[in-house]
Design a protein around this ligand. Structure first.
Ligand SMILES: NC(=O)c1ccc[n+]([C@@H]2O[C@H](COP(=O)([O-])OP(=O)(O)OC[C@H]3O[C@@H](n4cnc5c(N)ncnc54)[C@H](OP(=O)(O)O)[C@@H]3O)[C@@H](O)[C@H]2O)c1
Length: 289
C-alpha cells in the first residue's frame, strides 16, 4: 500500500484552524438540537457562511433566516445523508457554489434505546446507516476536496457513549465507538494534508433525541448551547478530543483507572435492566421478523 506523504510546505502557509472568522462551515444535523446550537454559536464567532444540512427543509430555512439576521450568509441544504448518490451530487454543487468549505461538522445522528434482545432490525440499520455510513459518505467527499486545498478541519460528533458503552444503547454505543476509531485514523492520515480531525463527545444533552429515553441515573443533562460553546473552546485550544462537562471527564478517568468499577456503575445507572421473560422474548422475536 502506498501512502502519499504531501507534507504542508511550511507553517506560514497554514491557516490558524481554531480561528472561525471568515470561514465557510458545513454543519450536518443543523435543523435541531446540538447541530442547530453549533450553527448559532459559530454565527457569534464571525464565520462568513454556514451550509446547513438535514432532511427537514422548513426548519433549515427558519434557521437560515435567524443566521442571516446575525449577519451570516446561510445556505439551507435539505438532504438525507443515508442516500449516497443524493449526497454526492449535493456536496459537489455546494463546494462549487459556496466552497471551499473550511470546517465540516458531522453532527447528524440517531439513537434508539432498547434492550438488545428486544431490538428491531430496522432501527439497528437506521443507526448504522446514518451514524456511520452517512458520516463516511459526506466525509469522503469533503475530505478529498480539503486535502486538495491543503486546508480544513473535520469535527465528528461521537458521544461519551463512544468511550463507555451503555446498556440499552448497544448499537448506538457501537457506532459512537466506531466514530472515535475513524476519527483517530483520519487524524493521522489527513495531518499530512493539513486537515485536522477532531472528535466531540457530548454527554446527555437535552434534545429531541433523548426526550423519549429513560435516562440514566445520576447523569445530569446539559444544554445544546453549552455543547456548542465547549466545541468552539476546544477548537481554539487545538484539542483532538473535546469532552463536554465535568461528569464526562470524571467518567473517562474512572474508566481508564478502574474499568471494572465503571462497568458496574454503568450497569447500575442504566434503565431497562430488568431481565425479559421468555414471553417478552418470544414477542420480540415475532416483531423483528
Ligand atoms: N442528545 C444527547 O444526549 C447526545 C449525547 C451525545 C452525543 N449526541 C450526538 O449529537 C448529535 C446530535 O444529536 P441531537 O441530540 O442534537 O439529536 P436531534 O435533536 O435528534 O437531532 C438530530 C439531527 O440529525 C438530523 N438527521 C437525522 N436523520 C438524518 C438523515 N437521514 N439525514 C440528514 N440529517 C438527519 C436531524 O434532522 P432532520 O430530522 O431534519 O433530518 C437533526 O437535525 C448526534 O450525533 C448524537 O449522537 C447527542
Amino acid at each position: 500500500m502506498h501512502l502519499q506523504r504531501n507534507r504542508p510546505k511550511n507553517n506560514s502557509q497554514r491557516t490558524p484552524q481554531g480561528n472561525l472568522q471568515g470561514k465557510t462551515i458545513l454543519v450536518t444535523g443543523a435543523s435541531r438540537g446540538i447541530g442547530r446550537a453549533i450553527a448559532l454559536e459559530f454565527a457569534q464567532q464571525g464565520v462568513q457562511r454556514l451550509i446547513l444540512v438535514a432532511r427537514n427543509q422548513q426548519r433549515l430555512i427558519e434557521l437560515a433566516a435567524e443566521l442571516e439576521a446575525l449577519g451570516v450568509e446561510a445556505v439551507p441544504l435539505a438532504l438525507d445523508l443515508a442516500q449516497p448518490i443524493e449526497v454526492n451530487i449535493a456536496i459537489a454543487q455546494a463546494w462549487r457554489d459556496h466552497g471551499p468549505i473550511h470546517l465540516l461538522v458531522n453532527c447528524a445522528g440517531v439513537a434508539h434505546q432498547a434492550s438488545f434482545l428486544a431490538s428491531r432490525l430496522p432501527q439497528i440499520q437506521e443507526e448504522l446507516s446514518l451514524n456511520l455510513m452517512g458520516m463516511y459518505t459526506i466525509t469522503r467527499l469533503v475530505a478529498r476536496r480539503m486535502a486538495a486545498q491543503q486546508q480544513g478541519t473535520i469535527v465528528n460528533v461521537s458521544s461519551l457513549m463512544g468511550k463507555i458503552a451503555a446498556p440499552s444503547m448497544a448499537t448506538y454505543s457501537a457506532t459512537k465507538f466506531a466514530i472515535l476509531g475513524f476519527t483517530q485514523a483520519l487524524r493521522s492520515e489527513l495531518a499530512v494534508h493539513n486537515v485536522r480531525v477532531v472528535a466531540l463527545l457530548p454527554s446527555l444533552t437535552d434534545t429531541d433525541m433523548v426526550r423519549k429515553f429513560q435516562w440514566f441515573r445520576w447523569v445530569m443533562p446539559t444544554t445544546p448551547q453549552r455543547v456548542a460553546q465547549v466545541l468552539v473552546q476546544g477548537l481554539q485550544a487545538g484539542k483532538p478530543e473535546i469532552l463536554v462537562g465535568w461528569q464526562s471527564h470524571l467518567a473517562v478517568w474512572g474508566n481508564r483507572l478502574l474499568p471494572g468499577l465503571m462497568e458496574r456503575i454503568s450497569q447500575f445507572a442504566a434503565p431497562l435492566t430488568e431481565i425479559e421473560s421468555p414471553e417478552q422474548l418470544r414477542v420480540a422475536r415475532a416483531n423483528s421478523r
